[in-house]
Write a protein that binds this ligand. Structure first.
Ligand SMILES: Cc1cc2nc3c(=O)[nH]c(=O)nc-3n(C[C@H](O)[C@H](O)[C@H](O)COP(=O)(O)O)c2cc1C
Ligand code: SF4
Length: 546
């Protein structure tokens, strides 16, 4: 399969032609040819998409980065740094005051599985500490529309019609969750933004908050209006100091401008937001443990039902939504459900923000339409497996996600396709592992995380994660037995069915997956007494014995 990894668009309108655009185009082709990149990089032309002062304009996908005005002599630098090294040349970017909302991005869909920025459309483009910048880029328009032109019921309806599903891991329909809270008659009600994000490898929420804090604040006010709540809490991971500082500043600015507080937009609706800093426990991301933590108690999950939608914070009806879920709300209200449904798949509309990690050439953050495949993510955004090695497996969805073999890399990454393949999309962390990764070792490291993060409240999880970790350690250190594998299988059942919350249930998943997809490799550790990949401690012993 030929994979075009970059597309370069040069503005070719008459105004640009007067400014040397043709020469820029010619030099781009020349440089790309001389560096042997013609198979991977396509150079083409486009019409005028922004103010003439920015022209000659050059836009590079999939990053959707706009450079301008580009002089012919800038071309070698752009080709070398951006197209060869994957670095954005920040001092050649179009000045932001010349560049409007990049709505034309959608017109290019289908040409290349380009990044599609809905949630991150302003991140990196605006000054996140300046509310005026946010407003210039359409900020608080959705709130104005919701409060002045829509009833709360219509707001809930728009989110339901858009088909937005929670981005915190479970993929629960957001509109339905809001409806459960909206129909409760008891007040006060609360809106909680879950920004705990303590899962190793996941940092999408941090970058949304750091890059565009007002989008989450605006979303929370809209949510409050839709469900009838007047108070919101953002539960932010304690280590996220910059995100917290920016949120505090953004909240103060929003209050000053009248987007938070009393009688917002003269609508008679009041809403305010508090920030609650977490103290570094993974379990506090679980929504009921998070609620306990805000209430000043030890962060342990509650038994469910009742759910937070009826008995949440202080026992009152509460919406708990993830940062990325909320960041989708203003663009949906602003542009409508039909607009949103043009991205993604019919049952998983919209985009997904992923963090790509592990043995790929380029790691980092992307936002792409739901339904893209892992193969495309690795080839296009990860720029292939590092050192020319072979892709072996990926863990999708952070530590609590699934381990999938290379044979599943063409499964569309959307909630339903993944659910059918018994894979979890989870939080959006994609850990890509090459042939030098040992499935036993990886699972042992994960179980070490779970046994340490287990809150200890229920026995299946407290004892089960510890026992599974010890069996995997025995296998990795050459003391494994086939009966240990049987015991692991029993533990998986116990963890999944008897654990009180998602942490214990998720701990079973990587164990289930290695036994399902890499059983021969696990058994080789036991039967042959060697780690086939040469990673586990027993490999060293084998070498010494040999
Ligand atoms: C152990 C554990 C940790 C979790 N951590 C987070 C988290 O950091 N952020 C988050 O949004 N959801 C987390 N969740 C999921 C939340 O409980 C909840 O489903 C989510 O916040 C709902 O928001 P959504 O519907 O917008 O996805 C976690 C769940 C479990 C079981
Ligand atoms: S499953 Fe684990 S983390 Fe969840 S309540 Fe039980 S002991 Fe605590």
């Amino acid at each position: 399969m030929k994979v075009i990894r970059s597309m370069v668009l040069v503005a070719s309108d008459p105004g640009s032609a007067d400014r040397d655009a043709q020469e820029v185009y010619r030099r781009l082709q020349e440089e790309i040819r001389s560096l042997g990149l013609v198979e991977e990089v396509v150079v083409t032309t486009m019409g005028c998409v922004t103010r003439q002062e920015a022209h000659p304009l050059v836009i590079i996908y999939p990053e959707a980065v706009a450079y301008g005005p580009v002089k012919p002599d800038d071309v070698p630098l752009l080709v070398e740094r951006h197209l060869r090294e994957g670095q954005i040349v920040t001092d050649r970017l179009v000045p932001k005051e010349l560049f409007g909302p990049i709505s034309w991005l959608s017109a290019r869909r289908g040409t290349l599985p380009a990044e599609q920025r809905v949630v991150l459309r302003r991140a990196g483009v605006i000054d996140p500490e300046d509310i005026e910048d946010y407003i210039i880029y359409g900020g608080y328009e959705a709130l104005g529309k919701a409060l002045t032109q829509m009833t709360p019921d219509e707001v809930v309806g728009e989110i339901s019609n858009a088909g937005l599903r929670g981005r915190g891991g479970a993929g629960f329909p957001t509109g339905l969750k809001w409806r459960f809270v909206a129909r409760e008659n008891r007040t006060p009600k609360y809106v909680i933004c879950n920004a705990d994000e303590s899962e190793p490898g996941t940092f999408k929420d941090r970058l949304i908050l750091e890059g565009d804090p007002h989008s989450v604040i605006e979303a929370m006010v809209i949510t409050g209006y839709a469900v009838g709540a007047s108070e919101g809490y953002i539960y932010v991971r304690g280590e996220y100091q910059l995100a917290q500082a920016r949120l505090r500043k953004a909240i103060a600015q929003a209050r000053e401008m009248g987007f938070l507080g009393e009688n917002i937009f003269g609508s008679g609706f009041d809403f305010d937001i508090h920030i609650h800093s977490g103290a570094g426990a993974y379990i506090c991301g679980e929504e009921t443990a998070l609620i306990e933590s805000i209430e000043g108690k030890r962060g342990e999950p509650r038994a469910r039902p009742p759910y937070p939608t009826t008995h949440g914070l202080w026992g009152q009806p509460t919406v708990v939504n993830n940062v990325e879920t909320l960041a989708n709300v203003p663009p949906i209200i602003q542009n409508g459900a039909d607009w949103y449904r043009q991205f993604g798949t019919p049952h998983s509309p919209g985009t997904k923000v992923y963090t790509i990690l592990g043995n790929v050439n380029v790691t980092g953050l992307i936002e792409v339409p739901m339904g893209i495949t892992l193969r495309e993510v690795i080839a296009i955004y990860g720029k292939g497996i590092r050192n020319g090695a072979t892709f072996k497996l990926a863990q999708t969805g952070g530590s609590s996600g699934s381990i999938i073999p290379a044979s599943l890399q063409d499964t569309p990454m959307d909630f339903d396709s993944y659910a059918r393949a018994e894979v979890s999309l989870g939080s959006g962390a994609l850990l890509i592992c090459d042939e030098n990764t040992c499935a036993v070792d990886l699972t042992r490291v994960l179980l070490n995380f779970f046994r340490k993060e287990s809150c200890g409240k229920c026995t299946p999880c407290r004892v089960g994660t510890e026992r599974a970790y010890r069996i995997l350690t025995d296998i990795a250190e050459g003391r494994g037995t086939l009966s240990g594998i049987e015991e692991l299988e029993m533990l998986i059942g116990g963890l999944r069915q008897l654990s009180n919350c998602g942490l214990g249930q998720a701990a079973a998943v990587p164990v289930r997956d290695i036994l399902r997809h890499f059983r021969a490799e696990v058994e080789a550790h036991i039967k042959l007494g060697v780690c086939p990949v040469g990673v586990c401690p027993m490999s060293e012993r084998q070498l010494v014995v040999a």
